[in-house]
Design a protein around this ligand. Structure first.
Ligand SMILES: Cc1cc2nc3c(=O)[nH]c(=O)nc-3n(C[C@H](O)[C@H](O)[C@H](O)COP(=O)(O)OP(=O)(O)OC[C@H]3O[C@@H](n4cnc5c(N)ncnc54)[C@H](O)[C@@H]3O)c2cc1C
Length: 383
């Protein structure tokens, strides 16, 4: 599959499957299994996987474009997709000794039949996902893990979870290890409902691990090497993906606002809102300027990821921090510009506004990113 073919397929799924049900799924907090099925059938679940596993071997450029395209129609599905791509990246980057056990999983992902996700955040360390409270304990040829994972996108719907826990002999708070847990692992259960303000259709519920047995062949990283995988494998793609979700939300807000300004009329003046009020045109223009700026920032990040250099990690951190703020600003302006029609939920703008607020609180949060960037600029250690 080429870049263009992947984006075309994402666009087709967005308009045929996602757009018609986004509003109802949001209202009901319903996870879209049919969206995942369509993404699998189209070969998009294996987008970044090498061809040897049935994947398309594509890179961050296509991942960002596909994610933004999905988010424009339904950010909940885009976030499910993003967390799957990250879970897959961890599985595919696993240490060589795990390859025999993981090859069938990667082939199932390549064939579009397996959805994965990340279970990092814990109730005890909250947004500081790099410091799990849970610890793996040696158990013959493997480990036992008990943990309270506080938010797990696709909880109860994914076929597998990439789980972090402190290494059995880990001495410090970041000495974690990553493990692969199949959904049917004994002791793993969804531990509550998901009823968020936004991204309501992505099942980001808590997951409990009660003395789950994980054999050595499903240990993804060496002991205490989980932190390094979080920084090098997960963080760049996560920041790019959340920025792409924000871009999709901004594009949808601009399109929705433009449509409202064209269609809604002041009948007593014989003009549309857009024809009548320069303030509304100026607000729409500000939204568009922000949206194009975010698209350019994402292109720049993609270039940095394709050709890594000294400034790449800074761009990674900056992109998610900026995207979170931009998505909130653009969708907030859309709410004000569309007025009562948006406020009383006659338009999809209020869903975009609610969905946009997730990006900034998903870890690393916007605050934490600004803290990291500031420390990096001053040469202060981040951890
Ligand atoms: C929709 C959704 C889906 C999610 N999906 C997943 C998932 O699939 N897997 C997963 O592992 N997690 C997931 N999460 C969890 C997410 O990544 C965060 O861990 C969680 O949202 C943070 O929760 P909190 O506000 O309780 O954190 P808190 O740590 O209590 O943060 C509270 C506030 O303090 C600020 N803050 C915290 N630390 C600092 C600091 N050092 N400097 C400055 N400010 C700071 C934060 O920015 C925030 O404003 C998801 C969250 C959401 C909302």
């Amino acid at each position: 599959m080429t870049h263009d073919a992947a984006v075309l397929k994402a666009g087709e799924i967005a308009s045929r499957v996602l757009a018609p049900s986004a509003s109802l799924n949001d209202k009901a907090g319903r996870f879209s299994a049919e969206a995942v099925q369509s993404l699998g059938d189209a070969g998009l679940l294996g987008l970044l996987l090498p061809a040897s596993f049935g994947g398309s071997g594509l890179g961050p450029r296509t991942f960002a474009a596909v994610t933004a395209t999905l988010a424009e129609a339904d950010a909940s599905v885009a976030m499910v997709y993003l967390m799957h791509v990250l879970g897959t990246a961890c599985i595919s980057a696993a240490r060589p000794s795990a390859a025999p056990a993981l090859t069938p999983i990667l082939e199932a992902i390549g064939a579009g039949r397996h959805l994965s996700t990340l279970a990092f955040s814990e109730a005890g360390s909250r947004s500081h996902f790099w410091a799990p409270i849970s610890r793996a304990h040696r158990n013959g040829n493997g480990v036992r893990i008990s943990a309270k994972k506080s938010w797990v996108t696709s909880a109860g719907h994914a076929q597998s979870y990439v789980v972090s826990a402190l290494a059995p002999e880990g001495a410090g708070p970041t000495d974690s290890t990553l493990y692969f847990l199949a959904a049917e692992t004994r002791g793993l259960s969804v531990d509550g409902p998901w009823d968020g303000l936004g991204l309501r259709a992505n099942a980001s519920a808590p997951v409990a691990l009660n003395d789950c047995e994980v054999s050595l062949e499903f240990q993804l990283t060496d002991d205490s090497a989980g932190f390094s995988a979080m920084l090098n494998v997960v963080l760049p793609l996560f920041c790019l993906g959340t920025a792409a979700v924000a871009l999709g939300l901004c594009r949808a807000a601009v399109a929705g606002t433009a449509a409202h300004l064209k269609n809604a009329k002041f009948e007593h003046l014989g003009q549309s809102l857009g024809e009548s009020l320069p303030t509304l045109r100026a607000q729409l223009a500000a939204m568009q300027i922000d949206t194009s700026g975010l698209a350019a920032r994402i292109d720049d990040l993609v270039e940095h990821l394709e050709k890594p250099r000294e400034t790449t990690m800074l761009r990674v951190l900056e992109s998610k921090a900026a995207a979170g703020d931009i998505a909130i600003r653009v969708t907030s302006t859309a709410m004000r510009t569309c007025g009562g029609a948006a406020f009383s939920k006659h338009l999809s703008i209020e869903r975009l506004f609610r969905d946009a607020h997730a990006g900034a609180v998903m870890a690393p949060t916007g605050d934490v990113l600004r803290e990291f960037i500031g420390k990096a600029l001053l040469g202060i250690p981040l951890f």
